[in-house]
Design a binder for this molecule. Structure first.
Ligand code: PMP
Length: 361
C-alpha cells in the first residue's frame, strides 16, 4: 500500500514533494532514502496540517527490548498516548463527530453530550473546540483530577456522578438528560456507536499491518467499550490476514480507569465477545506492576490500562515459541500522576502472584 505522496508510473515509484518541505531535506541521492523513509512514516512532513485534528492517528509502533521471554517472540507497542489529545480515543471522538455531521445528526447549535471516563471526553472536547460545538461531559467522581483539568482547559462543561456508581452512573445520568431535552444535544454514545469500532477498522488496524510490514501475528487490546478490539478483529478477519485478536479484561471490582469487567458492567452494544481468539483476565496489581516496568525498563510512561494490555500480552508471549505481538497502549502515564500508579511502594513480583481466574479463556 503506497502512501498518498507516492504513485506508480511505468513501473517506477514517483514522489510528490510538498512545497512546504524545506529544500535541504532532499539534496543528494544519499539523502534520498532517508527522505523517503520520513515521508512514508511521518505524515507531518508531507502534509500541510490544516488543524490539530489532522495529527490524529499514525502513532508509532515501538519495539520493546526487555519484555520478550524468548528470541522468537517479539513485542511491539502502539503508542496511542502520542495522539494530540493523549489517547486512542481521539480517533473515535473524531470518527463519531464526523459520522454524525455526515448524517445530519450534528449541526451548529447542538451540544455534544457524552458519558465518559475521561479519554473520550478529552477527544470530544478537542474536536468540539476545533469545530465550534459546545461540549458537556458526565463522568464519575473517581476519574483522575488530571483528566478533569484537561477537559476544563479545552472548554468543556463537566458534571460529576458518584464514584461508587462508576461509568454506569454517568451513562444513566446522560440517558435522563437526553430524555428531558432531546433537541438540545447530540449524544455520540460511544458504547453503541459503530463509528467507534469503525475508526479502528479504518485507521488503527491498517496502520499496524503497514508498520509491522505484515509481520504482526497477534494484536492485544484491553476492553473498555470494546471498540478497539472489535475494529482490529473485524479488519484482520475481513481481509483474511493471519492475525489473532486478543482481549484483555480486568477482574470484577477493578480500579483500572477506562476498562470494563463485562460481568459487572452494562455490556456495550458494539462489543462482540466472539471476535477475540484469546481472552485474558488481569488483576489490578499485575496491571500496575507492568505499567511501572514499562516506564522503568523501556522509558515509556503509559496509563494503567496499557499495563493491563501488556500484562495480557506477556502471558500470551510465554505461551508462544514464535510470534510478533502488537499491544495497544491506550494513553499517557502523565494522566495518572495523582493516583498511586507510579508511587514507589514495594510491589510483589507479578510472576509470583496467584493466577487470576480464567486466564486464557
Ligand atoms: N484504556 C483507556 C485508558 C481508555 O480510556 C479506554 C477507553 N474507554 C480503553 C483503554 C478501552 O478502549 P475501548 O473503549 O476501545 O475498548
Amino acid at each position: 500500500m503506497l502512501p498518498d505522496v507516492l504513485r506508480e508510473e511505468e513501473g517506477r515509484v514517483v514522489i510528490t514533494v510538498d512545497e512546504n518541505i524545506p529544500n535541504d531535506l532532499i539534496k543528494t541521492p544519499g539523502d534520498f532514502r532517508e527522505s523517503f523513509f520520513m515521508l512514508f512514516r511521518n505524515p507531518i512532513i508531507h502534509e500541510k496540517m490544516k488543524e490539530i485534528l489532522a495529527t490524529i492517528g499514525n502513532t508509532p509502533l515501538v519495539a520493546l527490548k526487555r519484555f520478550s521471554p524468548r528470541a522468537g517472540v517479539r513485542l511491539w507497542v502502539k503508542v496511542e498516548g502520542l495522539n494530540p489529545g493523549g489517547s486512542v480515543k481521539d480517533r473515535t471522538a473524531l470518527a463519531m463527530v464526523e459520522a454524525a455531521e455526515a448524517k445530519g445528526r450534528l449541526h451548529p447549535g447542538l451540544t455534544i453530550l457524552e458519558a465518559t471516563s475521561g479519554n473520550t471526553g478529552i477527544g470530544l472536547a478537542m474536536v468540539a473546540a476545533v469545530k465550534g460545538y459546545r461540549c458537556r461531559l458526565v463522568m464519575s467522581e473517581g476519574v483522575s483530577v488530571e483528566r478533569r483539568m484537561m477537559l476544563e482547559a479545552l472548554g468543556a462543561e463537566i458534571l460529576l456522578t458518584p464514584a461508587a456508581e462508576g461509568t454506569d452512573g454517568a451513562i444513566a445520568a446522560v440517558r435522563e438528560m437526553m430524555q428531558r431535552e432531546p433537541d438540545k444535544y447530540y449524544h455520540p454514545d460511544q458504547f453503541n456507536n459503530p463509528a467507534n469500532w469503525q475508526a479502528h477498522y479504518r485507521t488503527t488496524a491498517p496502520e499496524i499491518w503497514r508498520d509491522s510490514g505484515g509481520a504482526v501475528t497477534h494484536v492485544v487490546a484491553a476492553l473498555g467499550t470494546g471498540g478497539t478490539l472489535t475494529g482490529l478483529a473485524r479488519y484482520f478477519r475481513d481481509h483474511r490476514l493471519p492475525v489473532k485478536s486478543v482481549a484483555v479484561e480486568p477482574l470484577p471490582g477493578h480500579k483500572i480507569q477506562g476498562l470494563k469487567n463485562m460481568q459487572e458492567s452494562l455490556v456495550p452494544g458494539i462489543y462482540d465477545p466472539s471476535l477475540a481468539d484469546l481472552h485474558y483476565y488481569i488483576s489490578d496489581e499485575e496491571a500496575y506492576h507492568t505499567t511501572r516496568r514499562l516506564a522503568r525498563e523501556e522509558g515509556l510512561v503509559a496509563g494503567m490500562s496499557s499495563g493491563a494490555a501488556l500484562a495480557g500480552a506477556l502471558r500470551l508471549a510465554h505461551s508462544l515459541t514464535q510470534g510478533n505481538i502488537v499491544v495497544i497502549l491506550p494513553d499517557r502515564g502523565e494522566r495518572y500522576l495523582s493516583t498511586p500508579l507510579f508511587r514507589p511502594t514495594p510491589v510483589r513480583n507479578a510472576e509470583n502472584l496467584p493466577q487470576p481466574c480464567g486466564s486464557g479463556r
